[in-house]
Design a protein around this ligand. Structure first.
Ligand SMILES: Cc1cc2nc3c(=O)[nH]c(=O)nc-3n(C[C@H](O)[C@H](O)[C@H](O)COP(=O)(O)OP(=O)(O)OC[C@H]3O[C@@H](n4cnc5c(N)ncnc54)[C@H](O)[C@@H]3O)c2cc1C
Length: 291
């Protein structure tokens, strides 16, 4: 199939309008943001919504801004906005590392942060990034907003906590002092989905790790996180020995599947190696040895 099934089209004018349209049209309606995931699925008839609710006019959700000790990204911020966001890159280099290797400029110009994490593809880069950053998601319905952690947001492959008459409105990232981050991805060719990717976030007090976040894409990690390795790193010195052990734990605990991108043992090896590299780079950045 190359052509989507017939579908009705509505263009929302505000968040409230989009939520009203979702309520009115019920569970057979779907929001469309950049359309880079939804439209291919509709062409393949893997998705057959009866009504598309276009949220591209919701400029109020296209922002990146600091809010006290959090950094907030609106659901309609495009990949390109994140990549061009100087403060986002300075606070969280992991965001720019990842955005540089997500798809290509055409997809990045249109694809949104909200669409990416709501798609919840197991290979999705931003889901791993936000998991590592310990971000939370703000979900809105006509009765108000609720905030969920990334662990609660991700319910499994292609499944999130966003209900039928709800929408994601923003992602909130805690700003931690003495911290930095990095993202490492191996792909078959430029612009492709990850064979494996790993992100690391470290907070340091001198040599000691006071907080660690590790996010993984494409290796079947629960909630895109390596919780065991994060726990191991807590309180450890930020050195090669600690990073090697964390990488070993990641490699042993992830659940990759063999597919056209490679066999399971190769992906398991990559998960450990990329975790090690991301931790090393995050530590170097946190101590000012690398930008
Ligand atoms: C050629 C190509 C290469 C790609 N490579 C990569 C890659 O390397 N790494 C990577 O991570 N991604 C990659 N992607 C995926 C791309 O980043 C996402 O498809 C895209 O950004 C999804 O965002 P969108 O705005 O297009 O979402 P859409 O396709 O519009 O929506 C996706 C889903 O999210 C829902 N949705 C959208 N916005 C909201 C909201 N605010 N609240 C609730 N639900 C919402 C929609 O209803 C739909 O179910 C690639 C895509 C393409 C086409």
């Amino acid at each position: 199939m190359q052509v989507p099934a017939p579908v009705e089209y509505e263009r929302a004018t505000s968040v409230e309008d989009a939520l009203g349209l979702l309520e009115r049209h019920g569970s057979e309606s779907r929001l469309v943001a950049g359309g880079h995931s939804l439209l291919p699925m509709m062409k393949l008839r893997l998705a057959r919504p009866e009504v598309l609710i276009d949220i591209n006019d919701l400029r109020e959700l296209s922002f990146l801004r600091r809010d006290g000790d959090e950094f907030v990204i609106g659901a309609m911020a495009r990949h390109r906005d994140v990549l061009e966001g100087a403060e986002a890159g300075q606070l969280f280099p992991i965001l720019h590392d990842a955005e540089r290797v997500i798809a290509d400029p055409i997809v990045r110009n249109r694809g949104t942060v909200g669409g990416s994490i709501c798609q919840a593809d197991p290979s999705e880069d931003l889901s791993a990034v936000f998991a590592a950053l310990g971000a939370s998601a703000v979900i809105q319905s006509s009765s108000g907003k609720r905030v969920v952690s990334m662990d609660d947001f991700h319910r499994g492959a292609y499944s999130t906590a966003v209900g039928p008459a709800e929408m994601l409105v923003e992602v909130r990232i805690p700003i931690r002092p003495n911290s930095s981050s990095a993202y490492e991805k191996v792909e078959r060719r430029a612009g492709d989905w990850a064979i494996v990717a790993a992100g690391a976030v470290l907070s340091l007090d001198g040599e000691q790790i006071t907080h660690a976040g590790i996010g993984l894409a494409a290796v079947g990690a629960e909630h895109f996180r390596a919780a065991g390795a994060e726990e191991f790193l807590q309180g450890k010195p930020a050195n090669e020995e600690s990073f090697s052990e964390a990488a070993r734990l990641v490699s042993a605990s992830c659940n990759p599947v063999a597919d056209q991108r490679g066999p399971e043992d190769y992906k398991r090896h990559l998960a450990g190696e990329l975790t090690h590299r991301a931790l090393r780079r995050a530590a170097a950045r946190a101590t000012g040895q690398e930008s």
